[in-house]
Design a protein around this ligand. Structure first.
Ligand code: ADP
Ligand code: MG
Length: 484
């Protein structure tokens, strides 16, 4: 594959994503993690770091990390270690964050997805370096806290899985596609609610540029991208900025930057700390996390079918192209809708075309999800049945679909009411064709003289005379019969 270059530079991106794990209580305490409570009403003595308190591992958080690892083909460490990451910040009352450093619980793995490149659809795989468990910090409230800055410790101790990739992405489009796929995986498996506005799924993009074939460039890390749209904008801006700096003869400084959606620019927040600055060391308050293989196997056996496994099954059972299978496994709800339609009408490829085409176009236009579709699987199946038995043309089917969407109703009744039935009777169609041939002798002559295009000048008027109710395939066949 030829490398994609921006102004002669290759873009290199690696992601760190914080997925908030969907447990009820915190990672090392029993306080609730529900979103939106009054400040400091969900912070217990452990979260406030009162002296004498000790952390206790939440087994539910570990189990979710195992589920994630299994979903992306990682190794689940038999033994992993919690470490203290030391830094001073007002929202971190212990003075350190409990995280994992040298031995993370989830090691390796990969995320693969499809990507549109020009007219082609290519499969791309991003390797994961690791995923580790850690606690979130609290929040500083600068805006509206009785006229002064305050600290809200509700978020302190919220369980996070930090998912780190290798620097495998080569464009903002690839980065967004990776993030969407990762989002799909964590929500599908159910370990994270994926709510980006509320911060349950936060992405940091590490971005650098280099001349093709050269060593990796110095990276800047764009923090807390909380929408796919901003992600793309931020990376594109950052790439242009870095190239401009280098072209102007300035070296890139490693830094942490923030994206400002109002200006569309990234802005340096602080120079980046190195691991050494955090003075990591194993947390003496927590024993090593030991995960027996029986636990892993139990978790594996209780997990629902994964999207990629389901996609493979769709390819095999429904004879669908890879691309369709991947699109249809975007969410459990889409997959269930597809299976219901395909099984009811027995036409899997048509079902897939309709769901990826008309249905998703309509859903997108009204910002709805498949759960909200007004056209039930049974209705769509009935509609597809009427296309495949030649009762209606594709065009007519789109009209029926539109009616189903806006008014609902019965497919056959709508076809009847709108007079959309294709002409089944050959003699009726032949009569129309004979009339059109008689009215267009010039086209007939040209066709007979070898100009194949002259046929178009005949098909159009025939379809028109039939009020769109002629079957185009049948029209063509009859025309050929009569003209050759
Ligand atoms: P840190 O310890 O500073 O977080 P890591 O080595 O863990 O750094 O890397 C963090 C992320 O940055 C990973 O996703 C990695 O793939 C990515 N990364 C590392 N080097 C580069 C680079 N030169 N350009 C882009 N991304 C990079
Ligand atoms: Mg890191």
């Amino acid at each position: 594959m030829t490398a994609k270059l921006v102004q002669g530079y290759e873009v290199v991106i690696g992601f760190e994503t914080h997925a908030q794990l969907s447990t009820k209580s915190k990672i090392f305490s029993r306080a609730s993690v529900a979103f939106g409570a009054e400040p400091n009403t969900q912070a217990c003595a452990v979260d406030m770091a009162l002296p004498g308190t000790l952390p206790v591992m939440n087994v539910g958080a570990v189990e979710r990390a195992i589920e994630f690892g299994l979903a992306v083909n990682s190794h689940i460490a038999e033994r992993s270690i919690f470490a203290r990451k030391n830094y001073f910040y007002p929202d971190l009352p212990k003075g350190y964050q409990i995280s994992q450093f040298e031995i993370p619980v989830v090691q390796g793995g990969e995320v693969s997805f499809f990507l549109e490149e020009g007219k082609e659809t290519v499969r791309k795989t991003v390797r994961l370096e690791r995923a580790h468990l850690e606690e979130d910090a609290g929040k500083s409230l600068h805006e509206d806290f009785v006229g002064q800055s305050g600290i809200d410790l509700n978020r302190a101790g919220t369980p996070l899985l930090e998912i780190v990739t290798q620097p495998d992405m080569r464009s903002s489009a690839e980065a967004v596609a990776y993030a969407k796929e990762l989002h799909k995986i964590v929500t599908w498996v159910g370990i994270c609610d994926g709510n980006m506005q509320e911060g349950s799924f936060r992405c940091d993009a590490n971005v650098s540029v280099r001349k093709p074939g050269g060593a990796l460039g110095t990276r800047r890390e764009i923090k807390n991208l909380n929408s796919f749209k901003f992600m793309q904008q931020a990376i594109d801006y950052e790439v242009r900025w870095q190239i401009e700096q280098i072209e102007d003869g300035h070296a890139i400084q490693q830094a942490t930057v923030l994206f400002d959606p109002d200006t569309g620019e990234t802005r340096a927040m602080r120079t980046k700390e190195d691991a050494a600055d955090y003075r990591y060391f194993p947390d003496p308050d927590l024993p090593p996390l030991v995960i027996g293989r029986d636990w892993v196997e139990r978790v594996r056996s209780e997990m629902a079918e994964l999207p990629r496994v389901m996609a493979e099954r769709f390819v095999k059972d429904y004879v669908l192209p890879d691309y369709d299978a991947t699109q249809l496994t975007q969410s459990k709800a889409v997959a269930a809708y597809f299976e219901a339609v395909a099984q009811a009408c027995g036409q899997a490829k048509l079902a897939s075309n309709w769901i990826m085409g008309e249905v998703s176009r309509r859903l997108n236009a009204s910002e709805m999800t498949i759960e909200q579709t007004p056209v039930s699987a049974a209705q769509l199946a009935a509609l597809i049945g009427r296309i495949s038995d030649n009762t209606i043309s594709n065009n007519a089917a789109r009209q029926v679909f539109e009616a189903l969407w806006t008014e609902g109703g019965d497919v056959d009744a709508l076809i009847e009411a709108k007079g959309l039935k294709q002409i089944q009777d050959t003699s009726e169609l032949e009569k129309i064709i004979d009339d059109v041939l008689a009215a267009n002798p010039k086209n007939v002559e040209e066709f007979k003289a070898g100009n194949a295009k002259a046929l178009n000048g005949l098909v159009g008027p025939i379809m028109k005379a039939s009020k769109g109710k002629a079957n185009p395939g049948q029209v063509n066949a009859l025309l050929m019969q009569k003209l050759t």
